[in-house]
Design a protein around this ligand. Structure first.
Ligand code: GUN
Ligand code: FE
Length: 456
């Protein structure tokens, strides 16, 4: 992060809500500490030197002039990702959730007992997500403390912004892959939290997150202990799986007959808070939607996993969440879903919303709403919107340079006369990582594709 940076060209982001803002001839300047210090649009190219001069930077910034077929967008936020499922992604499609966990997932996750295995898999996983423009990721690790510390180390070394959690599970799991008891699970959790706070004291890039897998896998004592840690640490985010599928809800309520629904259950244990990330939320009553709104908890929408593994075809009521003012972001659910791409999650979110429209009459989601979910919406769900999610002076610069004309890409062809909106839509609907030419996190460049003949 030695040098300051400046970009000049087209910049697109969401300012407040799901409406996009297109800034043309925009100058965006990032200080050496990775924070955005200037944004202005409608700047004439000839005026760049004087404008930059007025900013009185200690050194001249590296100026990146975007070509006509390039633009800058905020980095993608993946609100739900099992890093330890990188090696099993897409397997077990069609299995219902508890069978999928037992047959596919637990055997895979158990291998993270070996920190060398963890290092290899986590390095590949984090690199794979950075390459696809995921600048912030909320990760579940395995239940192992050592391996989860490795995951935090890998994120920090590679420069990805991340929430990292040791997965808590002290029951209803095979003996070879289960926390010994609640006391051990809590002790390992605390040790992972302390470790992460030790390697990144102010949480600049990496933060710990409490990660009860779901209530089925957690005893009453474990949930109560995690709730206590949450209360004692009001800055600590929490993530879990919530109302994912019929099989899971039925078993949860049979294990906790004292609660009418999962919202009441997590609330009772102090885990339904304004910093809680609830993955899936597919089967929701109006009453539970209202409870999420009151708690100001966020939803990690995982449309790929929701329609391929776990419970059949589950169309979460995203329009209703947004209408109620509930925070919503996208998750790849790496592991559960077949894809590790937020672009694919955008597309699947649209498809699923079309199904929801047919089944329940809810309006379907637009591509622009999904762009919001992938960026600012996700940042809000992770309680990181004061730092990232869009481009504002004072926020950290997490951004992607999108190149819409490449030699080997396959996105819908850009044509003479296309508006910026049309080109962005073409990218969101048909682009892939070959169009994500540059990735920056906190001003540090983590990906740089060579220029292709098509874009020069
Ligand atoms: N519920 C509990 N664990 C998991 C998991 O690993 N993936 C999904 N999709 N649901 C879960
Ligand atoms: Fe999941």
């Amino acid at each position: 992060m030695a040098n300051s940076l400046a970009f000049y060209g087209i910049v697109v982001h969401c300012r407040e809500d799901t409406e996009i803002e297109i800034l043309e001839a925009c100058l965006l300047v990032v200080a050496a500490d990775g924070r955005i210090i200037h944004i202005s649009s409608g700047v004439h190219r000839d005026d760049l030197p004087s404008l930059l001069g007025r900013l009185q930077l200690s050194q001249e910034p590296r100026l990146r002039i975007l070509s006509k077929t390039e633009f800058l967008i905020p980095g993608f936020v993946d609100t739900h990702n099992h890093a330890c499922q990188w090696g099993q992604r897409g397997l077990g499609g069609g299995l219902h959730i508890l069978d999928w966990l037992n047959q596919v997932t637990f055997p895979n996750e158990a291998a993270f007992q070996d920190p060398e295995h963890a290092k290899r898999l986590y390095s590949a996983c984090v690199a794979g997500f950075i390459k696809q423009g995921v600048t912030t990721c909320s990760y579940y690790g395995s239940l192992h403390g050592d391996a989860t510390k490795v995951l935090a180390d890998v994120c920090l070394a590679k420069g990805q912004r991340a929430l990292v959690g040791k997965c808590n599970m002290d029951r209803h799991a095979p003996s070879y892959y289960k926390d010994k008891d609640d006391a051990e699970s809590l002790q390992v959790t605390q040790s992972v939290i302390d470790y992460i706070r030790g390697i990144d004291a102010t949480g600049i890039l990496i933060k710990p997150v409490l990660t009860p897998r779901f209530a089925i896998c957690c005893t009453d004592n474990l949930l109560a202990g995690l709730g206590k840690i949450a209360t004692q640490n009001p800055d600590l985010p929490i993530q879990t799986h919530f109302n994912e599928a019929r099989q899971e809800i039925d078993m949860t309520l049979s294990l906790f007959p004292q609660f009418a629904n999962e919202a009441d259950l997590y609330k009772f244990y102090g885990l339904l808070t304004n910093r809680t990330i609830l993955a899936h939320c597919t089967l929701m009553t109006d009453e539970e939607i209202e409870k999420l709104r009151q708690a100001d908890s966020g939803v990690a929408h995982c449309p790929i996993a929701n329609t391929t593994v776990g419970g059949g075809f589950m169309a979460a009521p995203i329009h209703r969440f947004l209408k109620a003012g509930i925070k919503v972001g996208l998750g790849t659910d790496n592991g559960g879903g077949f894809s590790s791409s937020i672009l694919d999650a955008i597309r699947q979110a649209i498809i699923v919303s079309n199904a929801r429209q047919l089944m329940h009459g809810d309006p379907s989601l637009s591509v622009w709403q999904c762009f919001y979910l992938a960026t600012l919406g996700g940042a809000r769900v992770c309680s990181l919107d004061h730092k990232v999610g869009n481009f504002q002076v004072g926020k950290d610069f997490d951004g992607l340079v999108i190149r819409t004309e490449t030699d080997d890409g396959v996105m819908t062809m850009v044509q003479e006369g296309d508006s910026v909106r049309t080109v962005l839509e073409k990218f969101l609907i048909s682009g892939d990582d070959r169009n994500i030419a540059e990735v920056y996190i906190r001003g540090r460049q983590l990906k740089c594709l060579p220029l292709s003949s098509a874009s020069t």
